[in-house]
Design a protein. Structure first.
Length: 320
């Protein structure tokens, strides 16, 4: 990606000086590199970088990074700290994909601290790619994961009880507090992997599954081309098989920024009215380690960590 295009792709929240330096040699592949969604991406990246900077694999890096918000009980959009469904149950969705198109996924999983690691076990230990609900829990317990006694945080329970007074399902863009972590990385050897984990849309119907655990929707990796992930209203991402679309658009020669933008435009084309009220954001890297992001609404932040840009937060450009 040319420097001009890169600058178009994002508005830096940090000073521009470092960035200019970082992009002085656009021909060189930027690796290792990790990017992840939203403000908590900074902490997730730091953990992922611990792995990448020691020569570890992109797969280990994204799993470690995704575990960070999963472990945080104050994080009300990922992991067991997440807001529940309308029945008061915290149901978790996660998936992981490596450089060889190995995939693993869990959906509607309860009582488990690290759904991303269960997804990895599904990938590595089963002939399947996705386990849901009780079956996913059963598999997790059989594979050494602990059933957490408390499966909803006191704060989330309080928020749910408040919500029950009106019981209206009306997600508000960016302030609905259910941001997903999508994290994609390229390691020193040039291999790509990605992970995505969430508690999903707050106050969803019990059993609802969003884009985040669906390979191709919430996450997609093609080791020849690049990797992409998404956040926001999952139904709209599934409708366009968003992350796969972004990767295929990069295959056709689009930069990560252009690919993310075109995917967002597809959502607008499908749902011109609805797209004004909801948030969806895409984040991608290509095989050169160049990155890009684009969202429907303002306010979609993401974090980038490479040797040249040590963990900075950006705000993506948006359609509206
Ligand atoms: C979902 N994509 O369950 C997730 C939610 C999300 O920012 O990312 N919110 O649809």
């Amino acid at each position: 990606m040319k420097r001009r295009k890169f600058l178009q792709s994002s508005v830096m929240l940090a000073p521009l000086a470092g960035l200019t330096q970082a992009l002085a040699e656009p021909q060189n592949t930027i690796k290792p590199v990790v990017i992840s969604t939203w403000n908590f991406g900074v902490e997730a990246n730091a953990e992922a970088w611990n792995v990448l900077s020691k020569g570890g694999s992109a797969l280990d890096a994204v799993e470690m990074g995704a575990q960070v918000p999963e472990s945080d009980p104050k994080q009300n959009s990922v992991g067991l700290g997440g807001l529940p469904d309308r029945d008061g149950r915290v149901t978790l969705d996660a998936c992981i994909m490596d450089e060889n198109a190995n995939i693993g996924s869990v959906a509607c999983l309860e009582h488990i601290l690290h759904p991303i690691s269960v997804a990895r076990k599904v990938m590595e230990k089963t002939p399947h790619v996705m386990l849901v609900g009780d079956g996913a829990l059963q598999f997790a317990l059989a594979n050494g994961f602990k059933k957490e006694k408390r499966s909803i945080s006191p704060e989330s329970e309080k928020a749910w009880k408040e919500w029950l007074k009106k019981a209206e399902y009306k997600p508000v863009a960016n302030i609905e507090n259910h941001d997903t972590i999508g994290i994609v990385a390229m390691d020193k050897t040039g291999n790509l992997s990605g992970a995505c984990t969430t508690s999903g849309m707050a106050y969803k119907l019990h059993g609802r599954v969003g884009d985040s655990p669906i390979i191709g929707a919430g996450l997609f990796v093609d080791n020849e081309i690049g990797a992409a992930t998404s956040t926001g209203v999952g139904e709209e991402v599934i409708r366009i098989v968003g992350s796969h679309l972004v990767v295929e658009l990069m295959r056709q020669g689009n930069s990560p920024f252009e690919a993310c933008k075109k995917a967002v435009e597809r959502i607008v084309k499908n749902q011109p009215q609805k797209s004004k009220e909801i948030q969806v954001g895409f984040l991608a890297i290509n095989k050169n380690g160049e990155h890009g992001a684009f969202a429907l609404q303002k306010g979609f932040t993401y974090a980038l960590y490479s040797n040249e840009v040590p963990n900075k937060l950006f705000e993506a450009k948006s359609f509206y």
